[in-house]
Design a protein around this ligand. Sequence first.
Ligand SMILES: *Cc1c(COP(=O)(O)O)cnc(C)c1O
Length: 412
Amino acid sequence: MMTKPTWFDTSIERTLLKHESPEDEQGYFVYQLDALKKHLAQLQQQDVIKLWFAVKANPLSTIIQTLDSEGFDFDVASSGELDQVLAQGIDPERILNTGPAKSKKQLEAFVKKGVRTFVVESLNQLNWLNEVITERELVDNDLQKPIVLLRVQLQWPDGEKNPLGGNSLTPFGLSVQEWKHIQVNDYPHLNICGLHIFQWGNMLSNEKMYSLWGKMVAPLTKLAVDIGMDLKVLDLGGGLGIDYLNEGKKLSWPQIIADLADIKVQAGVEELWLELGRFAVAECGYYVVPVVDRKMNYNQEQLVLAAGINHIIRPAITEQPFPVTLLRQSNEQKENFDIHGPLCTSMDKLGCLPLPKDTKVGDELVFGYCGAYGFTESMPFFLCHQLAAEYVIQNKKLIEVRAAKPASTYLA
Ligand SMILES: *Cc1c(COP(=O)(O)O)cnc(C)c1O
């Protein structure tokens, strides 16, 4: 008997095998909410870190509701994400706004909708938020001062061992040198009480993670002193990794808690925040898609699927494929297949991955860890394919949350 990989929840196997719908023959997503809820409850078994959900990882309504039910608050980076979270009945006071493109107009709209926590990423954002609050105070006597965290982007001098691996410049936040131009006292309308830093990704080693976080403490606490800030909150973003490549690496959550308890003491802060994306939701999601063609080409087995990067683009832009399994049972040995999608560009490749030798046209493949950076990160419009349906499994039942949509619904 072929055994399924560890990332596959075998309790949903029969449900997926039984599912037949002509609309889903171009690929669909499934999120196992029962498993998600259990996982989130485990993450909350601690009192060291306040947990936010980075909505960009998966903004589906039922995913947001599940995070809400397990006490997560929400990090949004656009008006669309804000409206989606508010539409689930979430109190705006539980929403945090990050992102490099906050105009004064957007900041004003967020404040009007009741958002009270902001990670500011530029001097303009800081000044605009201050102006917005000053103006709103004239019309709203009860307006609370928003909590403001300054987003810091660190670089290490050439020649010094760089814990970040490199010094690539991004639009996220500002250098210590730039933030030093301000004094917190000059913004009496804002409660500037924290720092935010997040410039690493998909970390899979507890030791590396701890050492990296530790290196942030000295420069950040020094900056706080220099600008007259009483540093109460330290937000370390996300970046907790998922073992997409099946390297046998897995972060230990209890170790993360122990390490962060230590970082909290070192930084002398009252609150430590994380905004989890993939570490919260990746594991609960699957992408199911049929094989449309199989051929041998220059001694390489190739599969062509009904959908590829039009539904899941992440493998093509990160060179990290999502792991795959054949949905039906097969006792055949595995071999490596090049796995392609239907788009007329060589970019449309989901990896070179092992599958049973008898994988054939009409079989369904299941990709794992697709609960994060799947549906909304894709490029669904190219070549006029169908938008994927999204299902959840809740109380063991398969429920359609979003139906598949043909190109005629979005073409004009
Ligand atoms: C994307 C993002 C996250 C989540 O990142 P993951 O690696 O998925 O955990 C957290 N914080 C901010 C500001 C982000 O942009």
